[in-house]
Design a protein around this ligand. Structure first.
Ligand code: ASP
Length: 604
């Protein structure tokens, strides 16, 4: 190798050793006779010094160094003079007195600082990702990702799981999201699809008798992008035979509980993971991926509200809706502007409006000079429509104490939940309740199997069509599909869905009933899923699994703001790779070979 040691590994105990190092010039300081530069490799940084004792050629080479030049340095490790140690660096007690400095490659001035964690425009970072990845924070994220995946591989291998690769070029199947497709040259006019997940293949591996499978699997979904989505992403895909729900939950829980302290300084907040049914998660937290790092639970006020004469509440409850609210502790003094911000947030999340109740004893900027707040004074735009007793029942329902602010939303259950869910997240952040040192994992269970798709006029699978219904709900699959619950589960953490899975259907007749329930004719089902239906006739074992998202998991472990920070070469929100310049046009020849005629030519 061009080096004997790693820069970041040198310590006081190495003093006196002659070493050869290689790396990048991180920073340089020229003090006339004394020239210092910091040399960086993956392991860290060490200070190199050229002084009077340094041979002239080495000094000359060092004098020509610029940031990010690639250099090889030979020299002796020395203790730094007393008082000049740098406690910020692990190598801060030593420096290397150079005897040889060889420039291995020059570098253009970097387009942004590598040696400072300054805010850089993200498109510039993505265009020059190889430079961005040199930055210590990005190196940490990518190394954390490696450690996470390695831990998972070791953990599952020790528990008798087998890693099996499944193909990237598969068949397009209507599984939920839009497929990415690849044209076939040998079968003109036909297309492969890239897997949205290896779902069917892992089930077929169970039919094949492998019993315990996993894969660090790349998945592709052509969906509109959000902060925590990418067109291609990575899942820990796993499947087990002869299990029920508890077995999959237990394995996942044990894996995460062991993983978190092994690779990060975060703590798992709850053990065992709390379990919420889907309706409970929506009612108490306004989200199917609740952030359980803080309380702020939603209270149901429907009964109290229905008994009032307040038009807004009456209309909602008479239409079969709900009235629910949230306590914002210590926020009674919120200004008109702050209340408007919360109202706007609720409206954006689908609420018609927001009713607030502030309970006394806080300095309010709205209060006129000389007026002092009364203990227990209650202010609310709804007060004039409510009797004192009615107002009190709402205050009791929200458990408002002096200084608290109550936020109430009335309307359909779904929109009320999501509005209060948004308010809850916002308040968690505003009130500083969101701890950054923990992962609050939880399970959300008992999802509905099917949901009505009004655009297509049919039911669709909430999870995917291979998920088994709860045994006791199976009889309703034809008669009342909307009430059937699924043997599905999501693992959530800190407000994110980390993964989902289910116990699967393993009998042909049940799978056929499921396909019918989502509006597929028997012919369509056979055409699209014949391979699976057929496989179920050859002795398919009961099986189930889960697929936690690696990107989101590492993002949470790293405390990163989005998944792009933990992916080496991510795409933008518009699904473009700014470094490679993809997607791009292909040549006429390539198109001809594929028998594809392009009616649109994008600008390149
Ligand atoms: N294939 C599913 C998904 O990607 C996960 C699972 O059911 O195991 O969501």
């Amino acid at each position: 190798m061009l080096k004997t040691d790693d820069c970041g590994g040198l310590r006081a105990g190495d003093a006196g050793r002659v070493v050869t190092l290689a790396g990048w010039v991180h920073r340089r300081r020229d003090h006339g006779g004394l020239l210092f530069f910091d040399l960086r490799d993956r392991s860290g940084i060490v200070q190199v010094v050229c002084n009077d004792a340094t041979p002239p050629e080495a000094r000359a080479a060092a004098a020509g160094l610029r940031p990010e030049y690639v250099v090889q340095v030979k020299g002796t490790v020395c203790r730094r003079p007393q008082g000049l140690e740098n406690p910020e660096l692990l190598t801060g007690e030593v420096e290397v007195q150079a005897t040889d400095v060889t420039i291995l490659n020059a570098a253009r001035t970097p387009v942004f600082y590598i040696n400072e964690d300054e805010d850089v425009d993200e498109s510039l970072r993505l265009r020059y990702r190889y430079l961005d990845l040199r930055r210590p924070s990005m190196q940490r994220n990518i190394i954390l990702r490696h450690q996470t995946v390695k831990f998972i591989r070791d953990y599952l291998s020790a528990r008798n799981f087998i890693e099996i690769e499944t193909p990237m070029l598969i068949r397009s199947t209507p599984e939920g999201a839009r497929d990415y497709v690849v044209p076939s040259r040998l079968h003109a006019g036909c297309f492969y699809a890239l897997p949205q997940s290896p779902q069917q293949l892992k089930q077929l591996l169970m039919v094949a008798g492998f019993e315990r499978y996993f894969q660090i699997a790349r998945c592709f979904r052509d969906e509109d992008q959000r902060a925590d989505r990418q067109p291609e992403f990575t899942q820990l895909d796993l499947e087990m035979s002869f299990v029920d729900r508890e077995d999959v939950l237990a394995l996942t829980e044990e894996l995460f509980t062991a993983l978190v302290p092994a690779v990060s300084d975060k703590k798992v907040m709850y053990s065992p993971f709390p379990r919420l049914s889907y309706p409970e998660a929506m009612a108490r937290y306004g989200s199917d991926k609740p952030d359980l790092r803080f309380g702020l639970e939603i209270a149901d006020l429907t009964a109290q509200a229905a008994a009032t004469g307040f038009q807004v509440f009456r209309q909602a409850t008479e239409a079969g809706g709900v009235v629910r609210g949230l306590k914002a502790p210590g926020c009674a003094g919120y200004t008109r502007k702050q209340l408007q911000e919360l109202t706007d947030l609720a409206v954006r999340a689908g609420a018609k409006g927001l009713v607030w109740i502030a309970r006394g004893e806080v300095e309010s900027p709205r209060r006129g000079e000389g007026e002092s707040p009364q203990s227990g004074e209650v202010r609310s735009p709804a007060a004039k429509f409510l009797s004192e007793g009615e107002l009190q029942s709402l205050i009791d329902g929200l458990a408002l104490e002096n200084g608290d602010l109550g936020l109430i939303v009335a309307g359909e259950e779904a929109t009320t939940s999501s509005a209060l869910g948004s308010l809850r997240s916002e308040l968690g952040a505003r009130l500083g309740l969101v701890r950054s040192d923990v992962l609050a994992f939880a399970w959300v269970l008992d999802f509905p199997l099917l949901e009505w798709n009004p655009d297509e006029g049919r039911y669709q699978a909430v999870h995917h069509p291979f998920t088994a219904p709860l045994d006791e709900d199976l009889p309703y699959l034809e008669t009342d599909p909307g009430r059937v619950r699924a043997k599905a589960y999501d693992v959530v953490a800190n407000g994110y869905e980390v993964g989902g899975g289910s116990i699967r259907i393993h009998r042909r007749d049940v799978q056929e009933r499921m396909f019918r329930a989502i509006g597929l004719s028997d012919e369509e089902a056979r055409a699209q899923f014949g391979h699976l239906l057929e496989a179920f006739e050859f002795g398919a074992p009961p099986h189930g699994g889960i697929a936690p998202g690696i990107d989101r998991l590492v993002m949470l472990l790293a405390g990163a703001p989005n998944i792009r920070e933990v992916i080496a070469f991510p795409k933008t929100q518009r699904a473009a790779d700014l470094m490679l310049g993809s997607p791009s046009c292909i040549s006429e020849r390539q198109l001809r070979e594929l028998c594809i005629e392009c009616t649109v030519r994008a600008e390149t």
